[in-house]
Unconditional design. Structure first.
Length: 255
């Protein structure tokens, strides 16, 4: 199966790296310089510049990887009817995609940056005719979750799509805390990286509350740290972050 990635930003390149060994890929973009850099790194893929001439997408399977604000300007240069359109545009409804790009079937999907390491958590929804194909494609870059509505996908975007940024902020703060307490920066980062791997393995098999209770001894070091987190409203801040991200996705969908 040949897949056409339209766009060459961070997510497009992450998906490209995740799919390169399993699919015949081409990438289309307006940035010729970046395309040339990608071609040097991956000589086996086809690259095409989207210039003033229209691009015929007849029969293609498109993974649409541009920013939501660029939808209209990019789609104006596309002609023909795609076979499948897989959109990663945050908040952009299938109804909006249909108004701008002609395709037989439409899928909305939200991978995350870990796609480049085949470790994305990707949420998918859309035409059920493409459910199995979508899961097959995006399973190549990590775990997948099919949801039944676009609203559920917008909520999932706030968690698994934006989540790496939230966790990166927490990881940075944990390392800063270790450095402040006297540990070398390199050791601090090594510990935090290992911590996230450990926590991921635990979460595969346990509810978060059970992990917390198992680690927390009465009057111990973890209890002291958890007390500080609660005093500083970290739990509430994370809930608010998801709510704000979801609200933004909903706002984008209204435009």
């Amino acid at each position: 199966m040949k897949l056409t990635l339209l766009g060459n930003g961070n997510m497009a390149q992450a998906i490209l790296r995740g799919l390169i060994n399993d699919y015949d890929l081409e990438i289309i973009s307006r940035n010729e310089k970046k395309l040339n850099e990608i071609k040097l790194e991956f000589p086996q893929i086809t690259v095409k510049t989207l210039n003033e001439n229209n691009e015929d997408i007849e029969g293609k399977n498109i993974i649409f990887c541009v920013k939501p604000y660029a939808l209209e300007s990019i789609s104006a240069r596309l002609t023909g009817k795609a076979n499948s359109l897989f959109s990663i545009l945050a908040g952009t409804k299938i109804e909006t995609l249909k108004k701008n790009i002609n395709a037989k079937n439409y899928i909305r999907t939200m991978p995350n940056m870990a796609a480049s390491y085949n470790a994305s958590m990707t949420t998918i929804t859309g035409d059920r005719e493409l459910k199995n194909v979508s899961i097959e494609i995006f399973s190549k870059i990590g775990d997948t979750l099919w949801v039944n509505t676009e609203n559920q996908l917008d909520i999932a975007t706030a968690v698994a799509g934006s989540g790496p940024a939230y966790l990166a902020l927490i990881a940075e703060a944990l390392a800063d805390g270790a450095v402040k307490s006297g540990l070398e920066r390199a050791h601090s980062m090594k510990l935090v990286s290992g911590l996230f791997k450990s926590a991921s393995a635990l979460l595969e098999h346990n509810h978060p509350a059970l992990i917390k209770d198992a680690v927390t001894s009465p009057g111990g070091t973890t209890a002291a740290g958890l007390g500080a987190l609660e005093e500083n409203n970290v739990r509430n801040a994370m809930i608010k972050a998801v709510e704000a991200s979801y609200a933004k996705a909903h706002e984008l969908g209204q435009k």
